[in-house]
Design a protein around this ligand. Structure first.
Ligand SMILES: Cc1ncc(COP(=O)(O)O)c(C=O)c1O
Length: 389
């Protein structure tokens, strides 16, 4: 039919986070742990750099891959912090946030019918994007008993001759799990043995606690050419609304990403790119400050959750999310969250928003004020104490 629309578009389930959002929109007196974004404003030096760029006339199209100054700053950062050299001319592309970087790199790699290994629980766009490409998401569990990270045996079992890509998200949204060096080595060996690519989503790399170390998979021998590393300014620099992210891999893959970027967006907002240059090359004290705040709030929320009857929470190794086990409430996470809103005025995200392996949990962002954490824990405690458990 000439008037039919692409059925794949609406086959992607609606974001449960958005459903919760809509349910509470306009309601007064709620305590919310919803958004996955820093509650800090972008640092003044970054804002000033973007303003200066506008005044200097940086208001035109630039290269699809992004301004060279930003690609060079990213290359330097990757050498310094992640111990990988990416050539700023050919191996780095600036995108409209990590979201576009992920979408373009998937388009560059995935063919119809391919299988893509997706972490479960997952950041909800992953399986939807895979389906849009007429490929098959294969969700691999990352259970609490495995530290909310892949277990190599589960991965090994999930690989088939059609596996084209594995998505690794470390530190992980929504659980805060992280891949350690041993697991990364095992993933690298499996990827080489079974010949698939890995997309390493590292947008939370700066938010790690308790001496955990973030290691980039691409820094392991022989992995740069089969890893697509995605990063972003959103979480580390409190720049969610600026929409600047980046993708790095070998020149062959980045050439494909650039081609797609040319077709989809031409380039990323140019003053925002100049702000991002300042983020990477300017004073990093703001990153340390925010990490210090999250470290303190993480302790508050995790200790508070573990003190509530029927709730437990493994301390997240990274990110700003607490993924609390609410199986003691004897109801599904969806009912639990709806009742929390209606009976306690408390808004958290049901674990099934992140797929079937999120069931039995709720996600609470601790990128919120101390007052919100204290009040939220009080409300949860009161709610739980009224349940007959
Ligand atoms: C795991 C993960 N990857 C990527 C992104 C994309 O972030 P952005 O597009 O703001 O860079 C997010 C945002 O919440 C995320 O949680």
């Amino acid at each position: 039919m000439a008037t039919s629309l692409n059925p794949y578009v609406l086959s992607a389930p609606n974001s449960k986070i958005r459903t919760v959002f809509n349910k509470v929109d306009g309601k007064e007196g709620l305590v919310k742990f919803v958004l996955g974004e820093p509650n800090f404003d972008t640092a003044p030096n970054i804002i000033a750099a973007a303003e200066k760029a506008l005044e200097a006339g940086h208001t035109h199209y630039v290269a699809n891959a992004g301004i060279f100054e930003l690609r060079k700053a990213i290359s330097d950062k990757m050498q310094r912090d992640n111990h990988i050299y990416y050539d700023p001319q050919t191996e780095i592309m600036v995108a409209n946030g990590g979201t576009e970087a992920i979408w373009l790199s998937m388009q560059a790699i995935i063919e119809p019918g391919d299988e893509v290994l997706v972490p479960g629980p997952y950041w909800s766009p992953y399986p939807s994007l895979v389906k849009l490409l007429h490929a098959v998401p294969v969700v691999v569990p990352m259970l609490e008993e495995d530290g909310f990270m892949y277990n190599i045996e589960n991965l090994r079992k999930a690989v088939t001759p059609r596996t084209k890509l594995l998505i690794l998200n470390t530190p992980c949204n929504p659980t805060g799990g992280m891949a350690d060096l041993q697991l990364l080595k095992e993933i690298a060996a499996l990827a080489k043995e079974r010949d698939f690519y890995v997309m390493s989503d590292e947008v939370y790399e700066k938010l790690v606690y308790d001496g955990n170390e973030h290691v980039s998979l691409a820094s392991l021998p022989g992995m740069k050419e089969r890893t697509i590393t995605v990063n972003s300014f959103s979480k580390s620099y409190a720049m969610t609304g600026w929409r600047v992210g980046y993708v790095m891999s070998d020149a062959k893959i980045i050439k494909y990403c650039n081609k797609l970027h040319e077709l989809e967006a031409s380039c990323t907002n140019v003053p925002a790119q100049w702000g991002a240059v300042e983020a990477l090359t300017g004073d990093q004290a703001v990153v340390d400050f925010m990490l210090g705040e999250y470290t303190r709030r993480r302790r508050m929320i995790v200790d508070g959750l573990n003190a509530i009857k029927g709730i437990s929470c493994v301390a997240p190794k990274g990110t700003f999310y607490a993924f609390a086990n609410m199986k003691g409430a004897n109801m599904c996470s969806d009912e639990f969250c709806n009742r929390l809103i209606d009976e306690a005025g408390l808004v958290v995200i049901p674990g099934d928003a992140f797929g079937e392996y999120g069931e039995g949990y709720v996600r609470m962002s601790f990128a919120v004020s101390d007052e919100t954490i204290i009040e939220g824990l009080n409300r949860l405690d009161m709610f739980m104490s009224k349940l007959s458990i």
